[in-house]
Ligand binder design. Structure first.
Ligand SMILES: Nc1nc2c(ncn2[C@@H]2O[C@H](COP(=O)(O)OP(=O)(O)OP(=O)(O)O)[C@@H](O)[C@H]2O)c(=O)[nH]1
Length: 392
């Protein structure tokens, strides 16, 4: 092949990383909504939300009845019984919240709804007090703080900005309702309350942003290979196990299971590239290869660096014929690609590929062993090829 035909890779080329859509300011990309969060990160975040919901939910559930003693000391006696009834109703809702948090492990949407219920229940309790005892609000000592406390509690949770803003705006509505019913809307006290609520909401949003971006950074460090930006082996196996579990469930329910194909890649004579051009050029080859995988595979395929110069792709919903075509495209793309060495020389590379489809009722380990054997068969047959069947 002529050098001019070879595709030169500029390592600065941008690919559309799902965590970094190009149209949002960098600091907001991860924290505005969960639209670009991976499924795995959603699981991790739902666990963080869950532990906090359980903790805060228990504190609220204990405090709701205990506070009746404080009411007894501070409120006019005729109000104590009615408020206590409201508190018991609140406590029942909070029990429901605790039950839901306990039951719904790894369900981000359910956990978000549970959290909304946890925070909005006190706000609804306050709204009910305002609607029934609006004229006596000055006697309900301590209750006007509820909207402020709810908005302050938003900061405890790793919520995205849109999630937090949604709950915050609902609480703001409750506060506006309270101010209009008590006739304080256009008074200095009313403005002061609104100003305080909006300020605390702003602080909570900032805390949410910091929490989600810290979580995201930790998650990336734990799940990604730092040289190529692909998934690391541990997270790939975890996600692959989950895919196989879903497939087994389909089989158990008598459904046609959707196929999963595995492609295992190993760069050919990579040691020679390192020895001839140095490790930094070897690193560039690995990065270019990762880029080829990204550009040739779909967004929901799992792509990982499996070891030094070994890579793995898991293709859910892809049968063997398509997997073969994909492997061939990747192989050809490698043949066409070059990396420029320090002395300006064009460094070329090739890859060997093993292909297999996960079989019904087999363990993931069995499929991994088979694809590994096929990869080494491809090496033994002369490299720069794929093998998709056991050789006798
Ligand atoms: N530059 C670089 N080299 C790496 C990295 N990880 C592993 N390697 C090197 O990859 C090379 C792998 O060499 P071998 O396992 O002998 O395989 P090979 O030379 O590719 O030969 P075949 O696989 O048989 O075609 C070793 O020299 C490792 O040091 C890395 O992150 N960067």
């Amino acid at each position: 092949m002529q050098n001019s035909e070879r595709r030169r890779f500029n390592l600065g080329i941008k690919w559309e990383n799902p965590w970094h859509p190009s149209w949002l300011p960098a600091s907001l990309r991860d924290t505005l909504s969960n639209r670009y969060h991976s499924r795995d990160f959603n699981f991790a975040r739902s666990e963080y939300l869950r532990t906090r919901v359980l903790f805060v939910g228990m504190a609220f559930t204990l405090l709701a009845p205990l506070w009746i003693l404080v009411d007894y000391l501070l409120l006019p006696l005729e109000l104590v019984a009615e408020v206590a009834l409201g508190r018991f109703a609140l406590m029942l809702v909070l029990f429901g919240v605790l039950y839901s948090a306990w039951k719904n492990e790894n369900h981000l949407n359910r956990m978000r709804n549970t959290l909304a219920a946890l925070l909005l229940a006190p706000a609804v309790f306050y709204a009910a007090l305002v609607l029934t005892h609006g004229g006596q609000m000055s006697s309900l000592v301590g209750y006007s703080f509820i909207p402020l406390l709810v908005v302050a509690f938003l900061s405890v949770f790793p919520l995205t900005i849109i999630e937090s803003l949604g709950i915050g705006l609902l609480v703001l509505l409750v506060q506006l309702l309270a101010l209009s019913i008590t006739g304080q809307m256009k008074t200095a006290y009313g403005w002061q309350d609104l100003w305080l609520l909006v300020t605390i909401l702003g602080i909570s949003l900032w805390a949410n942003h910091s929490q989600v971006s810290t979580l995201m950074r930790l998650y990336r460090q734990a799940s990604m290979d730092s040289l190529t930006g692909l998934l690391n082996r541990g997270i790939l196996l975890q996600q692959l196990n989950e895919l196989c579990r879903q497939r087994d469930a389909q089989i158990e329910e008598g459904e046609e299971p959707s196929p999963i194909c595995l492609l295992m890649f190993d760069l050919d004579r990579f040691k020679k590239i390192n020895d001839t051009y140095g490790h930094s050029v070897g690193d560039q080859v690995l990065q270019v290869f990762a880029q080829i995988l990204r550009s040739e595979l779909r967004k929901n395929d799992l792509i990982a660096r499996y070891g030094g110069e070994e890579f793995m792709a898991a293709l859910p919903g892809t049968g063997k014929a398509d997997a073969r075509n994909i492997a061939e495209r990747i192989r050809l793309q490698c043949e066409k690609s070059t990396v420029i060495a320090h002395d300006g020389e064009q460094v070329t590379f090739t890859t060997s590929i093993g292909i297999t489809q996960v079989r019904d009722n087999e363990s993931l380990d069995a499929a991994l062993l088979r694809v590994d054997n096929r990869l080494y068969a491809a090496k033994n047959q002369g490299r720069n090829r794929y093998i998709d069947a056991d050789l006798s």
